[in-house]
Design a protein around this ligand. Structure first.
Ligand code: SF4
Length: 308
């Protein structure tokens, strides 16, 4: 019997991504989860306690056929959350996601074009990191359920945070998950700019709410053992299971197999009793400069103030 401790399954569907964001900690490889493995994962690990299935990567739209297969395969009323950089969105994909009332969509947009594209660099030749947003933003605003915007604030644009949110909110997108760039070094000046920007942003949200705009922050709902990464039963592209999605970090690529709970292909050997026991913060800290680690704590503390 699976341990009831986990309520979220996270499937790392691919390590491919059309972008190479400057602050991205995710490993990039031409490696995806075979569809049969994804279906086996939900057959073996989707218990009645699981309320959420997350699709992550890389960019899970790179394996959209697997996403569709999973939506078709899972009949239970769980929620699904798909996080994408948006580059590969199409009307057909949005139609499919919108038609399934269990699916919540999360897109990554960092602000106006110049802020966004300064950080979110194209990797695939044909990829424009922002065209998709200008094309689909009106549709995202009309999506059947509120679309969440993951908005990353990097050290060199911390002073432009309110402008960045406003550039997205003018498309009538009001739900945000704010992400200061984690696991990178922040100067004291950038930290001061971030603190000031958070203060101004709180006032901006408050003014918007007074005008009836439904601004909301997802940050307060995301509690995990360390910033950015999510506690869940995570199934990696090769079927290995872990208890946090820090396993997708390139920093931990060499050592993550030591933390595996077992593999979906031999489900009887998955050790669910180890959920919650791995010390991911210590592993990350050992791979970072002291400055990057300290910066991560400080930006997270600042974020906590605006999220509470
Ligand atoms: S879109 Fe996401 S996974 Fe891709 S490079 Fe940017 S932050 Fe990393």
């Amino acid at each position: 019997m699976p341990d009831p401790a986990y309520t979220t399954l996270a499937l790392v569907l691919t390590y491919r991504c059309a972008l190479r964001c400057r602050y991205c900690p995710v490993l990039k490889r031409d490696e995806s989860m075979p569809r049969d493995l994804a279906l086996m994962a939900v057959d073996e690990l989707l218990t009645d306690d699981v309320a959420l299935i997350r699709f992550s990567g890389g960019d899970p739209l790179g394996e959209f056929a697997t996403v569709e297969a999973l939506l078709d395969h899972v009949k239970r009323p769980v929620r699904f959350k798909l996080t994408t950089n948006g580059v590969d969105l199409t009307d057909a994909i949005l139609d499919r996601l919108e038609a399934d009332s269990r699916v919540d969509l999360v897109v990554s947009v960092d602000g106006p074009r110049d802020v966004h594209c300064a950080q979110r660099l194209a990797h695939r030749e044909s990829a424009d990191a922002y065209d998709w947003f200008e094309r689909f933003a009106p549709r995202l605003a009309r999506f059947a359920r509120p679309v969440q915007v993951n908005l990353v604030v990097a050290p060199d644009n911390a002073s432009r945070l309110v402008e960045s949110v406003h550039a997205v909110a003018r498309y009538k997108l009001f739900r945000y998950n704010l992400l200061p760039a984690y696991y990178v070094e922040w100067s004291d000046a950038a930290l001061a700019a971030l603190e000031e920007s958070f203060r101004k942003l709180a006032a901006y949200f408050e003014a918007g709410r007074r005008r009836g705009l439904p601004f909301s922050l997802a940050n307060a709902e995301n509690v995990s053992r360390q910033p950015l990464y999510v506690d869940a039963l995570v199934i990696d592209v090769d079927g290995e299971c872990y208890d946090n999605d820090a396993v997708a970090s390139r920093l931990l690529h060499d050592e993550k197999r030591q933390c595996s709970l077992g593999n979906v292909r031999t489900p009887e050997r998955i050790d669910l009793k180890r959920i919650g026991r791995e010390n991911w913060p210590a592993r990350l800290r050992a791979r970072l400069s002291e400055k990057a680690w300290e910066s991560t704590q400080r930006v997270d503390d600042l974020l906590a103030r605006i999220s509470s």
